[in-house]
Structure formats: C-alpha cells, structure tokens
Design a protein. Structure first.
Length: 323
C-alpha cells in the first residue's frame, strides 16, 4: 500500500511542519526548512518495491538536513543507502565534507547512517530510492568514497541507472509482489555497481596518474598523525616535500580541502569514542585532546556545527539509546 501526502488541505501556517513530519515518517527523520516566506507547498508519494522504498518528492525550495542528533535518537533503525534522481530543479547534497551539485536529469548517492544535507534552491521534483545497506554487500570504505558524488545522464552507469530508475518510479505500484521482490534485487545490484564505480573513480582517477599514489600517501600520513595538534597543511606539505599550494591543488580533485578533511576525520574519531560504553569512560576534554583538539570551547562549537548537538549531548543520546 502506497503513501500519498499533500499540503493542499493544510492551514498555511502548518504546511511546512506537516510536510516535514510526513517526510520524516516515510523516509528517515529529517529537518525541513523552507527557503521562502510564503505558504509551503509539498507533495510526497511513496511505494514499496520489495525491500526498496521508492518516493517522489515535489515541493517548494527547501533544505533537508539529517543531523547526528536525529540519527542518534533512532539508533536501531536500519541504515539505508539512498539514491536521489533529480527530475526538475537543482539539488546540492553535502556529506562527509563533500558537496555534490546535481542538475535536472542527474543522480546522487548518500548514506542515511551518517549526517547529510540536501539543499533545493528552487521548486523541485525528485525520486528517492532507499535500499537497506546490508543488502548491497559493499565495504564501508567504498560507500564512504562513493557518497555525495553526482552522476550525470551520460556518465558511467548513469544512462542505465537513470533509465531503469525512472521507469520504476512511475510503475512501482503496478507490480505483483513476486515481481517486485525480483526487481528489488536488480536495483540492489545496480546500486552496488554504482558504488564500486564511484569509489574506484574517486580513489584511482582523482587525481590521475602518479598523483593518486601521492594522495594515498598523504591520506595515510593524516590517519597516522590525526591526534597531533600540529597536523597543519604546512606540516603535511613539508613531510611530503611539496608546496602548500600544490597540496591544495591535489585535494581539489578530492572534492574537499585538506583542513576540512583533517577536521572531519578528527570529529568522526571523537564521535565514535564518545559513543562507546564501558567502565572507564574518558571525559569529553580527554577525547578531544586525544584527537588533536587543544581548545575545548572550539571543539564543542565545531562538533555542534557538524553533528547538531554538543559532545556531551551526543554521548548522552548514544548511551541512553543503547541502554
């Protein structure tokens, strides 16, 4: 049985909140913030195709955000891999420090287990496909490399995926259950292929040639020295006998600045450690210092900006939900 929700009959002052609640209940918990001051207009249609949920969103300009706090409040919900197919209007998706601009006719992949945001700067229509992550059989590292990467209608798997997904979005309710189950398996296979392609392109082709090995060495160096407060672009460049300017040029192809990468990796490490349970639980300041943050106030501000809650609130949410 499908879901169809529209704001047409809702009071003007309640339209945005009504649509936000419908999207959160149907997909995953999200914050929706309209960009315009006029009464919000939105439509949501959603159907099941086996274990694949296919949803169509058509609405006014808005920003949809999945914060770490929303993720932490429902820790047992099954992580999903999402693919958004942009039918009309533009989309800008941010995840893992990367930013993907998706034009009409393109698609983008994301992971609901980690924070992300999608900005729709104008009225839009998009198809969203959610598949349980465990059914794709892809390594976590590949999924992280593939997330927040836009694919155009003429790139790689784009022509095949966009054609198939477009047909499924319009015909999903018409298939009997046995057919839907088989088609869901085909969708999962296509998503796995897409992730493998995107991960391979990011790790091997950006930048191309011998620079790929240099970027790999730099990333390994960052991982080894992540807890060093002195891990700056200048020190990283010096350790690899290159200029800071060239270091920045290398990481332009990675879609993230060096400083942003170091900060995000540190925050991820802190978040993981703060979420652990045990007899000897280190304080927030100890965790922050262990991963290179020397100023507690700066760490708290940076953590809240990235995860939507303070480090202490993050720890409390994770421990309360785990208990």
């Amino acid at each position: 049985m499908g879901v169809r929700v529209t704001t047409a009959a809702v009071a003007d002052g309640e339209k945005a909140a009504f649509w936000s609640g419908a999207v959160s209940r149907t997909l995953v918990p999200l914050e929706v913030r309209p960009h315009t001051g006029r009464p919000f207009d939105g439509l949501l249609e959603s159907h099941r195709l086996g274990y694949v949920r296919i949803s169509t969103l058509e609405a006014d300009a808005a920003r949809l955000t999945r914060t770490a706090a929303l993720i932490a409040r429902v820790p047992r919900s099954e992580p999903q891999v999402g693919v958004g197919v942009q039918v009309s209007g533009r989309a800008v998706l941010e995840q893992d420090g990367r930013r993907a601009e998706v034009p009409p006719g393109g698609l983008v992949l994301y992971d609901t287990a980690r924070p992300y945001a999608v900005d729709y700067p104008e009225r839009f229509r998009t198809h969203l496909f959610h598949v349980p992550r465990r059914l794709l059989g892809v390594p976590e590292s590949e999924l992280r490399h593939a997330s927040a990467t836009a694919v155009g209608p003429a790139e790689g798997c784009g022509p095949v995926l966009l054609s198939v997904l477009g047909v499924l979005a319009s015909s999903a309710p018409t298939y009997p259950t046995p057919v839907g189950d088989r088609l869901a398996g085909s969708v999962a296979d296509l998503f796995s292929a897409l992730i493998a392609q995107l991960a391979s392109a990011r790790t091997a082709d950006r930048p191309a040639g011998p620079n790929a090995h240099l970027v790999g060495r730099i990333r390994a160096h960052i991982d080894r020295h992540l807890g060093d407060p002195g891990l700056t672009p200048e020190r990283i460049a010096q350790a690899h006998h290159i200029s800071v300017r060239y270091l920045h040029r290398l990481f332009e192809g990675e879609g993230v600045t060096v400083s942003r990468l170091v900060q995000q990796l540190r925050l991820d490490a802190c978040a993981r450690e703060l979420a652990r349970r045990g007899r000897a639980v280190p304080t927030v300041s100890v965790v922050a210092q262990r991963w290179g943050f020397v100023n507690p106030a700066h760490f708290s501000r940076t953590f809240r900006a990235a995860y939507g809650v303070s480090p202490r609130e993050w720890r409390a949410l994770r421990h309360d939900d785990a208990g």
